[in-house]
Each structure stands twice: as C-alpha cells, then as structure tokens.
Design a protein around this ligand. Structure first.
Ligand code: SAH
Length: 194
C-alpha cells in the first residue's frame, strides 16, 4: 500500500478516536468526584500515551525527519492494520458507552458510581485499554517506521503497567466483594485468556 494512504488511514482513525471521546468528556464534567488517586502520575501517563499514539505519528506523517528508521511491510499487513483500526474504534466507543457516567479519563470514583459489568465489560475488565492496545498494533502495521510504528506500544506499556493495578485496587476498595466476584469471573484484556 502507498505509504501516504496507510499514514492517512491511521490519522483518520486517530481523529475519529478523539471525536468518540468528546461527548463523554462533557458528561464527565457533571460528575461530583468523591475519590481521586495519583493525579500527578495520571497526568504524566496520559501525556506519554499522547506522545506515543498522537505526536510521534504526526511528526512521521507530516515531516521526513523519521524516515531513516523506515521498514517495509507487505500490503496485506497494511490491510490488516486498517481492519484493526476499525475494530479498535468500535471497542473504544462501545466501552465508553457501556461505562456511561462511570467513565473518567483519570483514576476517579464519582458520587453514585456503579460497577459496570455488562456489554463489553461482561468478559473483560479493561476493554478500553484493550482498544488502545489494538490501536497500537494497527499503528505498527500502518506506519512502517521503527520509531513512529512502535512509539504507541511504549506509551501503552508504561501507562498500562502503572495504572491497571491501581485502578483495580481503587475499585476493590469501593465495591468490595462485588468487584472481587467480578474479578474472579473475568480476564483483564482478552476474553477467557488474559
Ligand atoms: N479500565 C477500564 C476503564 C477505563 S476508564 C477499561 O479499560 O475499560 C477509567 C475509569 O473507569 C476509572 O477511574 C474507574 O473509576 C472506572 N471504571 C473502570 N472499570 C469500571 C467498572 N467495571 N465499572 C465502573 N467503573 C469502572
């Protein structure tokens, strides 16, 4: 696939990804926050993710600076990347939809917070993070560059490693046995596997 086309597909995917979030950000503003954990760490982690998934790919797309690290991929890999972007977008939207008012961009509990266990939360506890991981896989398949293709994985790995355990602990402290039982019957990212 022409690199211009595969780069454009990734950028369009990112634009849709950002658009999906806008209405939920408006809803989040109405929440009364009763608990907030690690606000500074959360800011840094989100910045890192934005650098890996947005800024580095944009530099690669808009300038020739990173071209020294290009690699070549067969056309089927680009096609697969395109399908994975679509799947990631759907899962990203669906997990916002299923969390509803319980969604927040940082580690927070709102007044009236309920535990979401339906829809895409039925079998996995972190479908939104799974959608980000899918986006990172698509990034590596669409941006044929060792820096811009892999920067998403680096950002995601650090964000996931620092966040997921603390998020689960916060939900366990809030929902107790209900969350423990939910943990027992679900996996983190991949249904029935991991
Ligand atoms: N880790 C989840 C949600 C990410 S949004 C995912 O990947 O899909 C982060 C916020 O969602 C956290 O601050 C937490 O308060 C909330 N949250 C996470 N899982 C939840 C659940 N099952 N029910 C209700 N709120 C949840």
């Amino acid at each position: 696939m022409n690199p211009f086309v595969s780069k454009s597909i990734f950028v369009v995917g990112i634009v849709f990804w950002l658009l999906v979030r806008i209405p939920y950000q408006q809803i989040q503003k109405q929440n009364i926050i009763v608990e907030q954990r690690k606000p500074l760490q959360e800011k840094l982690v989100r910045l890192l993710l934005l650098i890996g998934i947005l800024f580095v790919p944009l530099i690669y797309t808009l300038s020739p600076w990173l071209n020294f690290a290009n690699y070549r991929l067969p056309i089927w890999a680009n096609g697969l990347g395109m399908m994975i972007v679509a799947l990631s977008l759907w899962l990203f939207w669906r997990s916002h939809h299923d969390l509803g008012q319980n969604w927040s961009s940082t580690l927070q509990i709102r007044e009236g917070h309920t535990l979401s266990t339906n829809g895409v939360y039925q079998n996995i506890r972190h479908p939104m993070y799974a959608s980000v991981l899918l986006l990172c896989i698509a990034q590596a398949l669409l941006l044929s560059n060792f820096i811009a293709g892999l920067s998403g994985f680096i950002g995601f790995s650090i964000a996931y490693a620092t966040r997921v355990g603390q998020e689960e602990q916060m939900l366990l402290d809030t929902f107790g046995d209900e969350y423990e039982a939910y943990k027992q019957r679900t996996k983190r990212l991949i249904p029935y596997l991991f």
